[in-house]
Design a protein around this ligand. Structure first.
Ligand SMILES: *Cc1c(COP(=O)(O)O)cnc(C)c1O
Length: 353
């Protein structure tokens, strides 16, 4: 703290991302990164890139990328917004659409970055508990509100909501924006993208970080009615006109166009998730049903913090949250088959498992 800081910054509690230690031989299952490389066309873009072009600014509108995303989703480019990772898209969403008179509604247990934005932008919010099955109960999201935001599948539980339930929410809630954060949707859940043409208050947010293996490039996007997109553009252009560099724009397009590679790597992760779930259950763990590239799990007899430390001592990193209600769970990203075999062997060797 310093007397030179802006007053509002003194009390800010920033988001804590999963650690990225530079240790040889570490098995990193703590930040939901994709264990497989991006599509081969991404490497081709980087190899063939003309360095001389870097003296120019990138396209501030990212039109080629927006068009590629629109084509892929069956939408038009004015229904697409892109940003420097979906974290930035979400930040702009909170600023542009969720700062209202009424409190916004969101799950009590969800992606913890939402609460950081709520504090940063001084937004009034009502947190709605998950059910005792760790599910989001959209029936409970009712009454006047300044907007609704949730992750589907939810984080860190991994549980998804079906499209019918989301449509029903949109039918009831027509006077405020509904934001669905679909960071993990490609790993087996139903996307609300197809509802964008039917509900002018729906914003769907996705990312290239997980299913497209481009966490290091920082590309996120949103689909919504052109008027919602315009609000995001207004805030973006009041803050940073060039959030996506040339390489990010081009590699994202390349990653998007290789559908065969995409489908294959998704299927590999789903298969490994199924294997991991079965193995964990056979060791006595309870595993929530996941539609993501991670599993959320607990052992009924052993504290999560103990297990996390044991794994860490054996060079395997997983994520633990201290939040009451989920503080005895571990979030374990799905890595390669070899990495998950190492995880299972390590857990098997824990005294008492
Ligand atoms: C990972 C994640 C994001 C952010 O992803 P970016 O890398 O910033 O695109 C957003 N929402 C949820 C729920 C996530 O898990």
């Amino acid at each position: 703290m310093s007397r030179f800081w802006s007053p509002a910054i003194q009390s800010l509690v920033p988001y804590t991302p999963g650690e990225q230690p530079q240790v040889e031989g570490l098995i990193k299952l703590n930040t939901n990164e994709n264990p497989y490389p991006p599509a081969p066309a991404v490497e081709a873009v980087l190899r063939n890139f003309d360095t001389e072009r870097l003296r120019l600014y990138p396209d501030p509108e990212c039109l080629a990328l927006k068009q590629a995303l629109a084509d892929n989703a069956g939408l038009t480019h004015d229904q697409v917004f892109v940003g420097n990772g979906s974290d930035e898209v979400l930040a702009l969403t909170f600023m542009a659409l969720l700062r209202q008179q009424q409190p916004i509604l969101l799950p009590e247990t969800t992606y913890s970055f939402y609460n950081v934005y709520i504090d940063l932008f001084d937004i009034d919010a009502r947190h709605i508990p998950l059910t005792d099955q760790y599910r989001i109960d959209l029936e409970a999201y009712s009454g006047e509100n300044g907007g609704i935001i949730f992750a589907n599948p939810n984080a860190p539980t991994g549980i998804s909501i079906d499209l019918k339930t989301i449509s029903a929410l949109l039918e009831r809630n027509t006077d405020s924006v509904v934001v669905v954060d679909e960071a993990y949707v490609d790993f087996g859940a139903q996307s609300a993208t197809q509802l964008v043409n039917h509900y002018p208050n729906l914003l769907v947010v996705q990312t290239f970080s997980k299913s497209r293996s481009l966490a290091g490039m920082r590309v996120g996007f949103a689909f919504g009615h052109p008027q919602l997109i315009e609000a995001l553009e207004r805030v973006k252009n009041s803050f940073n006109s060039y959030p996506l560099d040339m390489l990010a724009q081009q590699t994202a397009i390349a990653a998007l166009q290789d559908e065969t590679y995409f489908d294959q790597s998704i299927q590999r992760i789903i298969d490994t998730r199924t294997w991991t779930t079965t193995k964990l259950e056979s060791l006595g763990f309870e595993v929530l049903p996941s539609h993501t590239n991670f599993v959320f799990t607990r052992h009924p007899d052993i504290a999560a913090t103990e297990l996390m430390q044991y794994l860490r001592d054996n060079k395997i990193l997983v994520r633990h949250f201290t939040k009451p209600g989920i503080d005895n769970h571990l979030r374990i990203s799905i890595g390669t088959d070899e990495e998950m075999q190492a995880l299972i062997s390590c857990l098997k060797s824990y005294p008492g498992i």
